[in-house]
Design a protein around this ligand. Structure first.
Ligand code: XMP
Length: 317
């Protein structure tokens, strides 16, 4: 198959996939877990084109999404594309289960397990579903021992017996992005950086609390905004903030403060197995620091993580 390197080839791929999907699905109903990540978003947009309301998307908000992410999923797939979308705000459920849990792998297991549970409950409310859409892409098949499999989260129940619909399974990420663009998805959805299944949960280090999670979310939003202004969003492979569960002494409004630090991480990599640190201009780092210490509640310091992988993993957990 020819690699999709141009808009015309992406359009050709779409034109071929639509009748193929219509033939596979017939008058059946399809279910799709829509996280808002590139792969599931492109599958959703493609399936809405092909079978419209025969597709039902379920978006589970685990409370660990980035700022504005769930809202964007609703805006794009329900309002703009007119798809069937079930939005489940499961924030309380996830955060209650995660309360007091320190161990990173336990946190991942709870998040992955609860996700499947919520999805299963929602799916059980629907009738007549015979297909399951999935955003499998070619590297997922090639590298079944790669990062996604290694972390082993975000998958769907293995005992759910639907016929799979996987229209992207022979595409590489850059091709998926071209198809997404040709389908009219917004740039910040199509070109977004990788985001782990457990979301901000692995960046709120240790036991998650709502206030510290809010500090992760707000500082991440500031970092993304400032990186976009500088064009760094197109240059840096992955960038985010981390809030460890420690407090240090500071001074705010003339008074002693005892608050969290925010750690900025900005890395470049080819395959996420090794990573180098992006050199950010000093004035940019200072501007981001200023915004974070003034705008994010509970934070009195900002640090820049200079650690390559190895020895540091990309995420802090
Ligand atoms: P690490 O921290 O292992 O991360 O250097 C490598 C890449 O994998 C992402 N990552 C995850 N992705 N579920 C995912 O879907 C996870 O549990 C998970 N943990 C890390 C990380 O964001 C980086 O891109």
């Amino acid at each position: 198959m020819e690699r999709i390197t141009t808009t015309a080839l992406a359009e050709q791929f779409i034109a071929e996939q639509i009748p193929a999907l219509q033939q596979q699905i017939g008058s059946g109903k399809v279910l799709l877990a829509l996280s808002g990540g590139v792969d599931s978003s492109v599958v959703a947009a493609l399936l809405i084109r092909a079978v419209g309301k025969q597709l039902t998307c379920i978006h589970v908000n685990h409370g660990l999404m980035r700022k504005g992410e769930s809202e964007q999923v609703i805006e794009v797939f329900e309002h703009q594309l007119g798809g069937n979308l079930i939005y489940v705000d499961a924030t309380d459920r996830f955060l209650d289960k995660l309360a007091g849990v320190n161990d990173p792998e336990k946190k991942r297991k709870i998040i992955g397990g609860e996700f499947i549970e919520v999805f299963r409950e929602e799916a059980a409310k629907l009738s007549g579903i015979s297909f399951l859409g999935q955003g499998t892409i070619y590297p997922d098949i090639l590298e079944s021992d790669g990062i996604k499999a290694h972390h082993n989260v975000g998958g769907l129940p293995e005992d759910v017996h639907f016929e799979l619909v996987e229209p992207l399974k022979f595409l590489f990420k850059d091709e998926v992005r071209m198809v997404g663009k040709a389908l009219g998805l917004p740039d910040d959805m199509v070109y977004r950086q990788p985001f782990p299944g457990p979301g901000l949960g692995v960046r709120c280090v240790g036991a998650i609390t709502r206030d510290r999670l809010a500090a992760v979310r707000e500082s991440d939003a500031i970092l993304r905004e400032e990186f976009a202004k500088e064009g760094l969003d197109k240059k840096v492979w992955q960038y985010f903030t981390v809030v460890p569960d420690i407090k240090s002494t500071g001074i705010k409004d003339g008074k002693r403060s005892f608050e969290w630090p925010v750690v900025i991480r900005a890395i470049n990599t080819k395959d996420a197995m090794q990573a180098t640190i992006e050199e950010i201009d000093w004035p940019v780092l200072q501007r981001i620091t200023n915004r974070i210490i003034h705008e994010v509640a509970g934070v009195n310091r900002v640090l820049y993580d200079l650690t390559p992988k190895p020895t540091g993993t990309i995420e802090w957990e």
